[in-house]
Design a protein around this ligand. Structure first.
Ligand SMILES: Cc1cc2nc3c(=O)[nH]c(=O)nc-3n(C[C@H](O)[C@H](O)[C@H](O)COP(=O)(O)OP(=O)(O)OC[C@H]3O[C@@H](n4cnc5c(N)ncnc54)[C@H](O)[C@@H]3O)c2cc1C
Length: 488
């Protein structure tokens, strides 16, 4: 049977490895890090667990849902989380926007509290600007216009403008409307009104209000998948960073990687699946025409730093007063983008949930910039100052513990040479035994389920069930989307 090499042990690589192992293929997964899960891993630090962001398990794809549940069944009366470690919690999505010293529901709702916090003057302004956007549509040639067309200028400025700029490091007028298409599919003021009047089962993508979450964070699921692959005889080599990809006559022949001892190793294979960033993949390939290299070189990413902070004192004193899973910090005066309240994802992420609060502060930045290069202590100081500035902690809040994670290429960006991707994809697809899967593997803003679905499609292709690689690249491109998202 053919030997399959899979680059990356994130959701895409592991899904492919699992599916192929089940079909008795001989798989070897090469993973740069010493842990599986990729962006969806869970970091454990002094007994507290950190999600890189917060990973909701939500999919409209039945196969994905069945797959997740086969590893971690949903909690119910028999397998209540107290009685078992292997369970998927069902959590309410509570997420608010912190703006102008008030918390607003996100997605925007029409509760009395929201209207009061806005004030009547603002509501009238919002109404007028929304009506203007209904009668006068702007050309959808930027993310700014995309938002204004759906929400009106006032709401856009309140809820999207600054946060989007923090996230991408660029003003929404410089960003492609594609990003909005992917992340706010179908959401608009009309959708909010509809949701208010008829709470429906088939809600718009950004309005879904519950999700699944593994008891010990997303990494728990991916570690279970890893164990199953190993059990079936698959090989997962960690600490293996792939650098070179050798091709001959439109076929990939081998890859080289640096192993955990720093030594270079070469591995041959018959079929290759790659979930490493498309940019790095092309950079590592031999015989790539200059034009293609240029497109790969021009792909842009946004990086991400998250710092977990364990506090003894919380200004809102009682944890139950903070219902949010996460909060968007739409406040120009601070760099902070989002706060995760890990307790509300799963109390089991925290060592001493009764007495301690464990939160994750998220900062969007570029690898190598001033924020990225702060020391861990400097980063903590910066973060605590900002938390105080927006009134979330008191000045003398005592930090009990903290841990920072730097995440490279967290967000594939739709700028740079993004528009020329079809040419690059055409080139890649002609390497007959190479399949690009996943988020950075396809340079698409894919969530876990989309990343898994690219793996399902690749497996169907290489096992002969499907004969056209376009189905792999078509995941998460349809107008009729497949998944609720909004990690933003
Ligand atoms: C802040 C944030 C919040 C998110 N929230 C959600 C959410 O709520 N729900 C959801 O479904 N999704 C969410 N996502 C998206 C989710 O993390 C990704 O869709 C998913 O992890 C992508 O899986 P992947 O396998 O394609 O890529 P990755 O997770 O990036 O995995 C790729 C793997 O390849 C490895 N690799 C890279 N280069 C090499 C190399 N040269 N050699 C060897 N190995 C290499 C990496 O180390 C990594 O382990 C979020 C993402 C972020 C950044």
């Amino acid at each position: 049977m053919e030997k399959i090499i899979i680059i990356g042990a994130g959701p895409a690589g592991l899904t492919a490895a699992y599916e192929l192992s089940k079909l008795k293929y001989k798989v070897t997964v090469l993973e740069e890090e010493n842990q599986v899960g990729g962006l969806s891993k869970t970091v454990s630090y002094h007994g507290n667990r950190m999600d890189l962001g917060g990973h909701r398990f939500f999919s409209k794809n039945k196969k994905v849902n069945r797959w997740w549940q086969s590893f971690l069944p949903l909690e119910n009366k028999e397998n209540h989380p107290e009685n078992t470690d292997n369970v998927m919690l069902i959590q309410n999505r509570v997420s608010r926007i912190y703006y102008n010293k008030h918390f607003f529901d996100y997605p925007i709702s029409l509760k009395m509290k929201t209207l009061r916090a806005m004030g009547w003057k603002k509501i009238i302004k919002i109404g007028c600007s929304y009506l203007k956007s209904v009668v006068h549509k702007l050309p959808e040639n930027s993310l700014e216009n995309f938002y204004i067309n759906r929400f009106g200028k006032e709401l856009y400025q309140m809820f999207f403008e600054d946060y989007t700029e923090k996230l991408w490091g660029k003003h929404p007028r410089e960003l492609s409307a594609d990003w909005g298409e992917q992340r706010v599919k179908g959401l608009s003021v009309l959708a909010v009104l509809k949701n208010f009047i008829i709470p429906s089962k088939e809600k718009e993508t950004s309005l879904i209000d519950s999700f699944w979450y593994p008891k010990y964070g997303p990494g728990q699921l991916w570690e279970k998948v890893e164990a199953s692959i190993l059990e079936m005889g698959g090989n997962i080599i960690k600490g293996a960073k792939v650098s070179d990809i050798f091709q001959e006559h439109n076929q990939i022949k081998s890859v080289t990687y640096k192993d955990c001892k720093g030594e270079m190793q070469k591995i041959k294979g018959d079929i290759f699946l790659s979930s490493m960033p498309l940019k790095d993949l092309v950079y590592g390939m031999n015989q790539v025409p200059k034009g293609i290299q240029k497109i790969a070189h021009g792909l842009v990413y946004r990086d991400f730093v998250t710092i977990g902070i364990c506090l003894s004192k919380w200004q809102l004193s009682n944890q139950s007063l903070i219902p949010d899973c996460w909060m968007y910090i739409q406040d120009k005066g601070v760099k902070l983008g989002r706060i995760q309240v890990f307790y509300n994802w799963s109390p089991y992420l925290i060592k001493d949930a009764k007495h301690k609060l464990w939160i994750g502060l998220e900062y969007f930045c570029d690898e190598g910039d001033a924020f990225w290069n702060l020391t861990e202590d400097e980063c903590l100081k910066f973060a605590m100052k900002e938390l105080h500035k927006i009134g979330i902690v008191s000045k003398n809040s005592r930090v009990l513990d903290y841990h920072r994670e730097k995440v490279k290429k967290a967000y594939p960006s739709y700028v740079g040479t993004y528009n020329q991707l079809p040419r690059l994809i055409h080139y890649i697809n002609r390497r007959e035994n190479l399949y690009c899967i996943g988020r950075n593997g396809q340079h698409r803003y894919n969530n876990m389920d989309h990343s898994m679905m690219t793996a399902f499609e690749a497996v169907d292709n290489l096992t002969g069930k499907k004969k056209d690689k376009t189905s792999i690249w078509s995941v998460n491109t349809e107008r009729e989307y497949l998944e609720e998202s909004h990690e933003r």
